[in-house]
Design a protein around this ligand. Sequence first.
Ligand SMILES: [Zn+2]
Length: 290
Amino acid sequence: MPELPEVEGVVESLRPFVIDQTIEEVEVSKQLLVSHEAGKAAIIKGCSPEELIRELPGYRITALTRKSKYMYFALQRKNEEALLVGHLGMTGAWFPVETEEAIQEDKFRKHIHVKLRLSGGYWLIYSDIRRFGELRLLQQEADYPPLLQMAPEPFTEEGRQHYLSMSEIAKYRNKPVKGFIMDGHVLSGCGNIYATEALFRMKIHPNRKVARISKSRLNALYDTIVDVLNEGIARGGSSISDYRNVNGGAGSMQHFLQMYGKKMCSTCLTETKQLIIAGRTSTYCPKCQR
Ligand SMILES: [Zn+2]
C-alpha cells in the first residue's frame, strides 16, 4: 500500500506533466460505470462517473500537492475553482502517456479506470488493479470533512505538538503505540512500513501502551518517524507489491528496511515475531524491542 513517501514521489514526478494543463476530455472504464450502476461506486466517489465526465473538461490544473496520503489537484475554470482529490488506495498508479500502450506492465494496462486527455496532447491515466483508490471532485476541501480531520503534516512543528497533545488524551493512552502512530488523527501519513521501521530503530515494542512511554521518548519517536519518512521520500518510496511511480518505476527504500517483512532481526539475529495491531501485521524483534 502506498504510504506518504510514495505519494510524495508520485506528486513530485507528476507535477511537471500536469501543471497548467487543461483537461479536455474524460473517459471512464466500463467496470466503473457498472459498479456505479450497482450502487458500489468504485473509485469515483461523491458523484457519478457521468458527472465527472461532464464537469471536469475545461478545468486547468493550477497546482498539485500532497496532504497526508491524498493528492490535491487544484482546478480553475474562469472564476470557478475546484479540487480533484485522489487517493491511491492499495494499487493506484498514475501514468502521463501518449497512448495506453506506453504503460509497460500488463497488470496496470489492463486496469485503466480513468483517463484525462490534457491540452499538452497526452493522457493522464489512472490505473488501479484492486480498485480501492479514490477520486473525488469537490468545490472545496470542506465538502469532504474527513480531509479536515487529518492530523497536521508530520514535517511541521504543529504536527509534533498535535501528536504530543494526543498522547495525553485518555482514549489514546491505553492504546498500543503502533496503533497510536498509525492513527491519521494523531499523525499524518505514517503507515505500516514506516511505523514498523521507526519502532524498531527506537527499540520500542509495538504493543507497548502509550502511557508507558515517557514524553521524551515519545518526542524521540516522533523525530525517528520523520527521519524514516524523509529517507523514504529521498529513495523514491518503497516498492512493496504493486506501488509504481509515474514512470512505472519502483523506489529503493525496500532495500533499506530493517524490520518490515523480515524473518530475522538484523541486529541480534533473533527470529522476528508478528502481532496484529490496529488490523495490521506488526513485525518486531522480541529481544531488541521492549
Ligand atoms: Zn533483535
